[in-house]
Design a protein around this ligand. Structure first.
Ligand code: PHB
Length: 405
């Protein structure tokens, strides 16, 4: 389903087009009264995010964060109103090519925002191919290749790479004294890449991975895996789950009694946005992420208050990524004076972007178009992700194989 903004106002250019199409026959002043040439047409923003299933809470938080940022601009960018074209990704990579074509071909969007899921992202970027427009901003999906082997001049990420999110957590697991671990995740690009990065860090610190266990995405029947983990008796489990699936896994892990026998680590997605729903089962979990609750930053305090006032919900990393996506949209279109066909100006503005006022703390864009940012060590206390310190300062994804680097 496409939710379209109701606004249509002819631009100077469409008006000129009508005049040219009629051979100038309507050139008299009487042709003008219905139109105002002062107000440009809306800018079209296409969105592909999950609004159903296990990642629905992520899609909603990203959307709300992005809209909050644009509301702060009076709902306009560079003097242009916004026309939204929003699709549910259904977290389904096979649906991504048709959804992408619909937005860029039929709706002719100026910007493409999305997605959450790494497999959907890879399919979207492949569908974009070598097209030089629209400008795509990824507000979550971490697939490493998006800012490595298949990076594109007009594709930027406002979130993280899967490597970036998991590498610091593997180090923490080793630093906490664990020698053996089992990895456990959904079997798709994000989970697999995060487990690989966690393994890399853990092994570098002298740890041993006993086994990699997976379940299909987005299954939440973890019983067989939990039984196997119990029998392997590792010092710790390194896991990636997120959204609804993370609620279920963290609760199952505790209900099976494993919390008493082994550690549980992973990128902060394990508890992010869901610690309340996990309750006691999340207490004390230590993870790493490019966000935490209670960062002592004026920009974060203001953002959290505004997000709470707008949505009635607490902010989380997904809302922050949406908010920063909004900031990047504004920067790009303002640099192009409201004209998205000035792609070089938009790309230039994002390549040099430094978001000093991001709620996550200041970050800048890498040459491969991925954030260079701090990763915090957090611990869940009373349902909040308390900052224990910075696990990795200004961590950059290696960007291997990106032709822009
Ligand atoms: C991804 O598929 O890239 C992904 C999804 C959810 C997360 C993080 C990464 O929380």
């Amino acid at each position: 389903m496409t939710r379209k903004g109701p606004i249509y106002r002819p631009t100077r250019r469409t008006l000129l087009g009508q005049l040219i199409a009629t051979g100038g026959a309507v050139m008299g002043a009487s042709a003008f009264p219905r139109f105002s040439i002062a107000k440009p047409s809306p800018v079209k923003i296409g969105v592909i995010l999950p609004y159903s299933g296990t990642y629905a809470l992520l899609g909603n938080a990203i959307t709300d964060g992005m809209k909050l940022r644009l509301d702060q601009q009076g709902g306009e960018i560079a003097g242009r109103e916004i026309e939204w074209h929003v699709l549910d990704s259904e977290m389904a990579p096979p649906k991504a090519p048709a959804n992408t074509r619909k937005l860029i071909g039929r709706e002719r969007v100026d910007f493409l925002i999305g997605p959450v899921h790494s497999g959907v992202a890879q399919a979207m970027v492949k569908t974009l191919g070598n097209r030089q427009s629209p400008l795509m901003i990824i507000p979550n999906a971490g697939s490493n290749v998006l800012t490595r082997g298949i990076c594109r001049p007009n594709v930027f990420r406002a979130s993280f790479s899967n490597w970036q999110a998991a590498f610091p957590a593997g180090k923490v697991m080793a630093a906490d004294g664990h020698k053996t671990a089992v990895t456990f995740t959904w079997k798709y690009a994000a989970g697999l890449q995060m487990m690989e990065a966690g393994r890399e860090a853990f092994e570098q610190s002298g740890g041993t991975i006993l086994k990699d266990i997976t379940v299909p995405f987005p299954d939440v029947n973890f019983d067989a895996a939990i039984t196997e983990i119990a029998s392997l008796k590792p010092d710790a489990v390194f896991a990636f789950f997120s959204g609804g699936g993370a609620v279920k896994f963290v609760k199952d892990f505790q209900a099976a009694g494993l919390r008493d026998h082994m550690g549980l680590y992973g990128p902060g997605f394990l508890t992010e946005g869901v610690a309340d729903a996990q309750g006691d089962a999340a207490e004390g979990l230590r993870t790493t992420l490019h966000y935490a609750d209670g960062l002592d930053l004026p920009a974060d305090r203001a953002f959290r208050a505004a997000y709470k006032a707008k949505t009635g919900r607490e902010a989380n990393v997904f809302a922050v990524q949406g908010y920063d996506t909004g900031s990047l949209l504004i920067r790009a279109l303002e640099a192009a004076e409201g004209d998205p066909s000035r792609m070089d100006d938009m790309i230039g503005a994002l390549e040099t972007a430094e978001l000093v006022d991001s709620p996550r703390g200041s970050w800048k864009m890498s040459p491969a178009h991925n954030p260079v940012q701090d990763f915090y060590l957090r611990e869940v206390r009373g349902g909040q992700h308390k900052v224990l310190g910075i696990a990795e300062k200004a961590l950059a994804d290696p960007g291997d194989g990106c032709s822009l680097v």
